[in-house]
Design a protein around this ligand. Structure first.
Ligand code: KG4
Ligand code: ZN
Length: 336
């Protein structure tokens, strides 16, 4: 088979993104139009506004992706698009656009699971990486600890029982006045803080060995802030940020390494927006190396929502002949 060139489209949350990827791993263009500046005004993503912005921008973003790649529509072999999980309005813009576009150029459409896309970012970053390996997907909406058995084949070992890791970052950032998006701001503020200043809890879920829970930690931070206010004591934001971040990192790393040991994992990959976190990367690097596990993590532009990871996931479906029809619809609650 010759080269396979796929256009990947992503619009599940607040990034309108399109990318052209060759053979699932070679990025020819990766255009991301972020709405962060708009949603910052409201302290979080407003779904209706996100939908409108996707609609305004998607044409231009796709055109730009093709231009930058130097690829004409007739050179595309397929169009991949995120159809879930995510916000229904934003997803519908991407899915509708992709269906019309694919129909227009006479190419197949491939519906992609957003979480699967995040995992595939590792195939782009590391062109030699192949399953099996273990992966922790940590994003604004998801926390999945899983084994990648083969392309598109996963064994889920642990999930969050309440908030996703990124969601916890965003909520705590709001509480300590850092604003949206919380992850990068807590990451930055933590550099000036002491991660051992405040002893926040490390939650372990009794029943699900590798499951996560972050709502107790979030409450502990809120209680701490309240009690400091009642005592009239000054809160050191950097210390709260660093101590909270350390608690999240400890729980993520702890569960991941326990699962890696139990399954004899030789390779471990991070994925999703939170995988950009400096403390998380450092902890994984150290813990993996102590166990002789090879560690993989995508560069920040591949961790955040992007079209390249969607095109990559679509490629592996293409090889299997898994095409979607024009009846493809958005599935906001899509599981892995
Ligand atoms: O994967 P992503 O871009 O979108 C979703 O699929 O949700 O992840 C966004 C999440 C947000 O919660 C954001 O606060 C978090 O990733 N995030 C981070 C960092 N950069 C982004 N969390 C911690 N540290 C970071 N450096
Ligand atoms: Zn995402």
């Amino acid at each position: 088979m010759g080269d396979i060139t796929i256009l990947g489209i992503e619009s599940s949350c607040d990034e309108t993104a399109a990318s052209v990827v060759k053979n699932g791993r070679q990025v020819l263009s990766n255009v991301i139009s972020s709405q962060i500046d708009i949603h910052t005004l409201y302290g979080g993503v407003v779904p209706e506004i996100a939908s409108r912005k996707h609609l305004e921008r998607i044409n231009q973003v796709v055109k730009e992706a093709l231009n930058q790649a130097g690829v004409g529509p007739e050179e595309l072999d397929a169009v991949g698009v995120t159809y879930g999980p995510g916000l229904v309005g934003p997803l519908l813009i991407g899915v509708s656009f992709a269906k019309a576009y694919a129909y227009g150029i006479g190419r197949p459409i491939i519906g992609v699971n957003h979480i699967e896309g995040h995992i595939c970012a590792n195939f782009i970053q590391y062109r030699e990486l192949e399953p099996p390996f273990m992966c922790l997907v940590v994003s604004g909406g998801h926390t999945h600890l899983l084994e990648v058995l083969d392309y598109g084949k996963y064994d889920i070992l642990g999930v969050t029982r309440d908030d996703a890791a990124g969601e916890a970052f965003d909520k705590v950032a709001r509480a300590i006045g850092l604003g949206y998006p919380g992850g990068p701001k807590i990451d930055k503020a933590s550099e000036e803080g002491d991660p051992e200043a405040i002893a926040f809890p490390r939650a372990h879920v009794a029943a699900g060995e590798y499951d996560f829970s972050f709502s107790g930690l979030k409450s502990a931070v809120l209680n701490y802030l309240n009690s400091m206010e009642m005592k009239g004591e000054e809160v050191v934001t950097a210390d709260v940020a660093a101590s909270f971040q350390q608690a999240v990192v400890d729980v993520l790393t702890g569960n991941a390494m326990a699962a890696a040991e139990a399954h004899g994992a030789k390779r471990f990959a991070l994925a999703g927006g939170v995988a950009s976190n400096g403390a998380l990367r450092r902890a994984f690097k150290e813990e993996c190396s102590a166990r002789g596990i090879e560690f993989f993590y995508p560069e920040p532009v591949l961790c955040t929502d992007n079209g390249a990871m969607i095109a990559s996931a679509a490629y592996f479906e293409y090889l299997k002949g898994n095409f979607s029809g024009l009846e493809l619809n958005a599935v906001p609650g899509l599981g892995l």
